[in-house]
Design a protein around this ligand. Sequence first.
Ligand SMILES: NC(=O)c1ccc[n+]([C@@H]2O[C@H](COP(=O)([O-])OP(=O)(O)OC[C@H]3O[C@@H](n4cnc5c(N)ncnc54)[C@H](OP(=O)(O)O)[C@@H]3O)[C@@H](O)[C@H]2O)c1
Length: 273
Amino acid sequence: MEYKYFKKLGREVPALGAGTWGIGGGYWTRDTSGDEEAIAALRTGIELGVTLIDTAEMYGAGHAEELVGEAIKGFEREKLFIVTKVWQTHARREDVIKSAEASSKRLGTYIDLYLLHWPTSEVPLCETMKAMEDLVKRGLVKNIGVSNFSVELVEEARSCLSITDIAAIQNRFSLSHRVDEETVIPYAKKEGMMYMAYTPIDKGSVANNQILKKVASKYEKTPVQVALNWLIMIEPVVPIPKASKVEHMKENIGSVGWSLSKEDWDFISKSFR
Ligand SMILES: NC(=O)c1ccc[n+]([C@@H]2O[C@H](COP(=O)([O-])OP(=O)(O)OC[C@H]3O[C@@H](n4cnc5c(N)ncnc54)[C@H](OP(=O)(O)O)[C@@H]3O)[C@@H](O)[C@H]2O)c1
């Protein structure tokens, strides 16, 4: 595994994380039909160095967090980096506290990074941020961050904080979804924050891309590995593909430990514009 150090986290994390939206089978509702396979995929990932796991209280109505809790049992806690999120309808102070406590219970551990899942106009941002900061004071949460935020909103969130800072931003970013390329990503880099790229393989569709297939054959890699490598080569990006199948997890891990040439990186980059 390759690692990336982030000043705002004060530690390094793997260059590739694991997403969990829909693991076990349910996206918005609890579904246990795929639990065994999902736990096996996450455990394989951890064994091979994918120790950053992204989840949320909304995924599978809490079940994704339970599966993460199950999958991490027996692994050294300090080596893991568990990310979860509070849903925006729980952005009121008392709800943030309740949500974090419930997430921590389902995970069976503290939270390394706690994110506000989406911005909301229903609750003043500072109310949510100050509640999240209090969770850090309590030690239930180690770091806080935001998701689906613009630079302006991140700045607003930061202005609410006194003893902590926004350590990470999680937004959608992939070869075909590049909104943040000139905005949030350079900002996160300048500020020493981690940028987690969600839906990084466009729901698996990059596997069939002809341009990626052509480049991949040069490196004896797969199109998904090339797409992830392209992302990993951008600082401070950590892609978090979701793989509920063991073979997908193993394939995704083949995206680390090598680099596209500058020419190929540029060629792919231009081809997807
Ligand atoms: N903050 C937010 O608002 C937000 C929004 C969306 C997602 N996220 C996070 O980001 C994570 C990733 O995004 P995502 O789940 O939307 O999409 P994604 O990671 O781009 O794609 C996941 C899909 O790709 C498939 N897949 C994985 N590895 C593959 C491979 N090597 N070859 C072919 N297909 C492969 C998976 O199949 P299998 O599962 O069958 O292996 C799954 O169907 C989420 O799980 C979640 O943790 C955050």
